[in-house]
Unconditional design. Structure first.
Length: 456
């Protein structure tokens, strides 16, 4: 099961050092100077057989609103909201500080499972600080040294225990079932990101949606540099709305600042649930648009295509038909993507965007009953039998949905490695059309049972 862990704490306690150790790579900058980390950074981590997603965050600090430090803290708080488990880190040599106590209270109020880490615990100088850590009220501290790898085995035990608690019950006893995240509702915002090439009108669209000039706009490309998160509501549904920097072709991105801006936009794609890919109607569906759409599909996010500046198109009927045909031809991996034509400048067509977002979000969260799936599988195999390599036909035994977001299915069969990609695509297309899974990635994982007649 995949889960997400956020490392949080005040500056310079060793969060990035632990992040690098658990990911096995030097992804985060590490220095004795406090505040080196500014943006949150995520990576794939592993301790033994435990695999999870980990987020390194900027140091929590008390700072005036609108300051750089305050914006850094907002990024850290966003990571806390996304995470399933938080690692709250203190410096055992420095002991518990008033800032540690202040942010420990914030973490407790969030209600997330927390593991308290007392870093830099090697040597006798850390004994007093380790004892003081009990006063934070976050449970027994785990003494670690992120720099030397000490205490990671105890961290593994704690993480494994919490991972079992957040794991949902398995379905029908057929293998491990990945859990679904909470569904967006009145108490949980839907995470929505607007992405696209520079000057497509992303900031103008967001200003029109929220009804105020929240984002700086203008005719120049590249005004937006950071992925900016905005709290908004649509018909009673809280929305966390991200405006992102324009994404140009990789070869054209040369400046360090633009590289950082694009990286921030890519992280917004990973943390969002629904992505609106905004096209420019005057130059719609260029290669870079397809690259962004493919990235969204590979990340498993729900996708809506919005075509801005539609008021500048003369023959709207013909252009709309051609665009839909091109999308179906060039993006078969997410067939049936909803396409909304609009003008962010005038507001025309804007009333169709959020209903399309909510519909594709529901599809992304949809679940198909196992009984229906297996009736469907039997019909499909009768209509189009699987191949028979070496004269022995592959048997498709059983199918179940193991997770949503996006819809993911496990197909238990014989000789899984011999099933060609073409037959797998046939099944995916059938699932998408027969169970109304249009516009979202659909994944089928082939699983092969053990042969009881093979000697052990």
């Amino acid at each position: 099961m995949t889960f997400t862990v956020a490392i949080i704490g005040r500056p310079n306690v060793g969060k990035s050092t632990l992040f690098n150790r658990l990911t096995g790579k030097r992804l985060a900058l590490v220095d004795d100077l406090p505040g080196v980390t500014r943006d949150r950074r995520d990576g794939d981590a592993r301790i033994g057989d435990l695999e999870f997603r980990i987020i390194d965050t900027a140091g929590l600090d008390i700072a005036p609103e609108e300051s750089l430090e305050s914006r850094m803290q907002q990024q850290s708080e966003m990571a806390i909201a996304i995470a399933d488990i938080c690692l709250f880190m203190i410096d055992a040599r420095a002991g518990v500080t008033p800032m540690d106590e202040h942010f420990a209270e914030i973490v407790r109020k969030r209600g997330k499972p927390v593991i308290l880490l007392a870093n830099k615990s090697e040597g006798s100088a850390a004994e007093a600080g380790l004892y003081d850590a009990f006063s934070l009220g976050l449970g027994d501290p785990v003494a670690i040294s992120a720099a030397h790898g000490e205490g990671v085995d105890e961290l593994y035990d704690k993480l494994s225990e919490l991972a079992e608690e957040i794991r949902p019950p398995a379905a029908s006893g057929f293998g491990e079932v990945d859990g679904d995240d909470d569904i967006a509702g009145p108490d949980r915002p839907l995470r929505l990101a607007i992405v696209g090439r520079p000057n497509a009108g992303k900031s103008t669209l967001i200003n029109r949606l929220i009804g105020e000039e929240r984002m700086l706009t203008g005719p120049e490309a590249g005004i937006t540099r950071d992925a900016i998160g905005i709290d908004w509501q649509w018909q009673g549904q809280p929305i966390k709305l991200w405006d992102t920097a324009g994404m140009r072709k990789k070869a054209r991105v040369t400046g360090r600042l633009e590289k950082l801006s694009v990286a921030d936009g890519l992280r917004a794609v990973k943390f969002a649930e629904v992505i609106v890919l905004l096209l420019d109607a005057t130059q719609a569906l260029e290669k870079q648009d397809l690259t962004i759409a493919d990235l969204v599909a590979r990340e498993g996010r729900a996708l809506v295509i919005a075509v801005n500046k539609w008021d500048l198109v003369d023959d709207k009927r013909h252009a709309g038909k051609e665009l839909r045909l091109e999308v179906e031809r060039l993006l078969p991996q997410v067939s049936g993507i909803p396409i909304v034509t609009l003008s962010a400048k005038t507001g025309r067509g804007l009333n169709e965007l959020m209903p399309a977002v909510m519909k594709v979000y529901q599809t992304w969260n949809s679940r198909v009953p196992t009984a229906k799936l297996n009736d469907w599988l039997q019909f499909q195999t009768q209509r189009h039998p699987p191949p028979a390599p070496s004269g022995r036909r592959i048997k498709l035994r059983y199918m179940t949905q193991i997770k949503t977001r996006p819809p993911t299915f496990a197909l238990f069969c014989s000789n899984a490695k011999d099933i060609p990609e073409s037959y797998k695509r046939f099944l995916i297309n059938g699932l998408r059309s027969d169970f109304d899974l249009q516009g979202v990635p659909v994944r089928v994982n082939l699983r092969q049972g053990k042969n009881p007649y093979v000697r052990r």
